[in-house]
Design a protein around this ligand. Structure first.
Ligand SMILES: O=P(O)(O)O[C@@H]1C[C@H](O)[C@@H](CO)O1
Ligand SMILES: Nc1nc2[nH]cnc2c(=O)[nH]1
Length: 247
């Protein structure tokens, strides 16, 4: 596969990755004949970027002709049935920064991209969720493939025990620091969205627990599941129905 990659620092006005483990490259290539563009590293609220800057790549993708966005993240498992290494297909989200008014669509609406009040009850494409379940089952991943609700917080501090208990009671299965803002902007401009969380650590829910969330464990679990995640995502990509607008 031929690829062309650009460092974020060489793209005018593009934010820079500041997080260890995020390479900071935009990579263009084809996967079984399908044109793809991949971000090696994303941006987070806790890096100090305005929420509109974090999500700017979604609008660039829209302008490039992208139809489907696939997002992945590392997340802490709140659901007591989840284990480290599980892959959760995101079926819905809780947007905690949004509750406080920090929404990437706040401010004047750019009608060129979408409507003022976009619907979010269909944010995560159901056909793509089913496709991922089918592909996961074919690949023998069913034992560690889940479906659940992702909750975004601002970070960078991990959650307290009381916060984890509250988020779980509110209906979240996993907690993280990304993805939701990108999903909102991608849906606003009409792209299909599919998203996965890798459960990199168990959220600490018990005052007797000795566990402590830490970024090293997040990176390590990411490496351990990288191959399976890559196979799942690449197989889903090759099976997505498309509109032939790149043919
Ligand atoms: O970019 P994601 O959401 O995958 O990264 C998560 C959230 C923090 O950046 C980091 C914490 O270890 O992992
Ligand atoms: N907020 C949050 N983000 C994470 N990213 C990976 N693990 C976690 C976690 O436990 N909490």
């Amino acid at each position: 596969m031929r690829i062309v990659a650009f460092d974020y620092r060489d793209i005018p006005n593009f934010p820079q990755s500041t997080v260890h483990g995020h390479a900071g490259r935009l990579v263009f290539g084809t996967l079984k004949g399908r044109p793809c563009v991949c971000m090696q590293g994303r941006f987070h609220l806790y890096e100090g970027y305005p929420i509109q800057k974090i999500t700017m790549p979604m609008r660039i993708f829209k302008l490039l002709g992208v139809e489907t966005v696939i997002l992945t993240n590392a997340a802490g498992g709140l659901n007591q049935d989840y284990k480290v290494g599980d892959i959760m297909i995101i079926k819905d989200h809780l947007n905690m920064p949004g509750f406080a008014g920090n929404n990437p669509l706040a401010g004047p609406n750019n009608e060129r991209f979408g409507v003022r009040f976009p619907c979010m009850s269909d944010a995560y494409d159901r056909e793509l969720q089913q496709l991922a379940l089918d592909v996961g089952s074919e690949l023998g991943y069913s034992d560690f493939l889940r479906e659940g609700v992702y909750c975004v917080l601002g970070g960078p501090s991990f959650e307290t025990i009381a916060e984890c208990r509250m988020l779980h009671k509110l209906g979240a299965d996993a907690v993280g620091m990304s993805t939701v803002h990108e999903v909102i902007v991608a849906r606003h401009c009409g792209m299909r969205v599919f998203a996965l969380s890798l459960i990199t650590n168990e959220a600490v829910m018990d005052y007797d627990s000795e566990e402590k969330a830490n970024h090293e464990e997040v990176l390590q679990t990411g490496k351990q599941r990288a191959e399976q995640l890559e196979r799942l995502v690449s197989t889903v990509v090759t099976r997505i129905e498309h509109n032939n607008n790149f043919a």
